[in-house]
Ligand binder design. Structure first.
Ligand SMILES: *[C@@H]1O[C@H](CO)[C@@H](O)[C@H](O)[C@H]1NC(C)=O
Ligand SMILES: *[C@@H]1O[C@H](CO)[C@@H](O)[C@H](O)[C@H]1NC(C)=O
Ligand SMILES: *[C@@H]1O[C@H](CO)[C@@H](O)[C@H](O)[C@H]1NC(C)=O
Ligand SMILES: *[C@@H]1O[C@H](CO)[C@@H](O)[C@H](O)[C@H]1NC(C)=O
Length: 299
């Protein structure tokens, strides 16, 4: 009887081991049979998409084509700016994992500042694809310093570089072409004049960043969202502009009276206010934000 029992067990065990082994393979489909040291990385890793164009602050473009790596526990992470992030298990296991954690797609922009690079559409991970945000930090040399996985298959890498140490080095505005800067100026003016809402303003900025290639199009309609939002004909917009202008003028007068009342001196832009003459060349200072909200087109 005991004999028969161990016979059964002996038959059963190999089946179990084989199925466990198979599960492992399903877990790591990327390297099945391909972890051969004679095969180059390029042959092993199959990118799903092409990287986006190089964009953003010009002084960072020199990082393209370079790669930086770090090893944490058993994994080596490699970051190739404007191209990809890969992960390589440092082991002699026959099916060691080696994979793509993301391909360069778009910038992460916060407070009108570039803060990181998104590498997306890496190797699949369940129903999604792996993706990685590389955060740029000021440091004495180009160096990957930290990796984490805040959510399953979403990785955060920190990359130190002296190229981002200047406080203005990552500002979006100076990196834009003149035309897009002008669009931003206009958006700013419209917000200041109360012609668009904060939401409309954010949409305009989103469109500008997409136009510059910094962000992937979100698929929304990109044309003049603030007009669509308000569903106004041009005529109503114009009359509303004038109404707003009158309100602002009254407000300015009120504030001036207040200041005079308290004997506080203030800048008197009387000339430009009383004679909103249209000249071909508006002095640069009048175009700056923070003027009195007067339109220089005489409307
Ligand atoms: C990752 O980027 C580097 C540097 O541009 C390139 O040589 C390599 O082929 C890329 N690897 C993959 C899998 O895209
Ligand atoms: C962005 O600006 C807001 C308000 O000034 C601030 O609370 C927030 O911490 C800033 N975020 C970054 C990433 O600088
Ligand atoms: C905009 O308003 C007009 C009437 O003023 C209406 O006929 C039209 O359907 C509206 N369009 C949208 C998109 O709401
Ligand atoms: C108001 O300001 C002027 C000059 O700035 C000064 O001569 C005057 O004494 C001030 N009056 C009061 C009431 O503070």
């Amino acid at each position: 009887m005991a004999m028969a029992g161990s016979w059964l067990l002996a038959l059963w065990l190999p089946v179990f081991i084989v199925s466990a082994g198979k599960m492992k393979i399903v877990d790591e489909p990327n390297t099945y049979g391909l972890n051969n040291p004679f095969l180059s990385q390029v042959n092993r890793l199959q990118p799903k998409i092409n990287p986006a164009a190089i964009s953003g602050p010009a002084h960072l473009h020199r990082l393209a084509g370079k790669c930086f790596s770090m090893t944490e526990s058993v994994y080596k992470y490699e970051f190739c700016p404007f191209h990809n992030v890969t992960q390589h298990e440092q082991t002699f296991r026959w099916n060691a994992y080696s994979g793509i954690l993301g391909i360069w797609q778009e910038w992460e922009i916060e407070n009108n500042t570039f803060v990181g690079m998104w590498m997306k559409e890496g190797d699949s991970c369940g129903t999604k694809n792996r993706q990685t945000k590389v955060l740029l930090k000021c440091g004495p040399s180009h160096k990957l310093i930290h990796v984490s996985e805040p959510h399953t298959c979403i990785y955060w890498l920190s990359f130190e570089t002296p190229l981002v140490c200047h406080p203005y080095s990552l500002l979006v505005y100076p990196s834009l072409k003149q035309e897009l800067q002008n669009q931003w100026n206009q958006a700013e003016q419209s917000l200041y004049d109360g012609l668009i809402t904060q939401q409309g303003y954010r949409k305009l900025l989103q469109a500008i960043f997409e136009n510059a290639g910094y962000l992937k199009p979100t698929g929304e309609k990109q044309t003049r969202p603030e007009i669509e939002e308000q569903n106004q004909s041009q005529e109503t917009t114009l009359s509303r502009c004038n109404e707003e202008r009158n309100k602002l003028s009254a407000e300015i007068q009120r504030l001036k009276d207040l200041l005079t009342h308290h004997n506080i001196s203030f800048l008197k832009p009387t000339e430009s206010e009383n004679n909103p003459t249209i000249t071909g060349q508006t002095p640069r200072s009048q175009k700056l934000r923070g003027d009195l909200g007067l339109r220089d087109d005489g409307v």
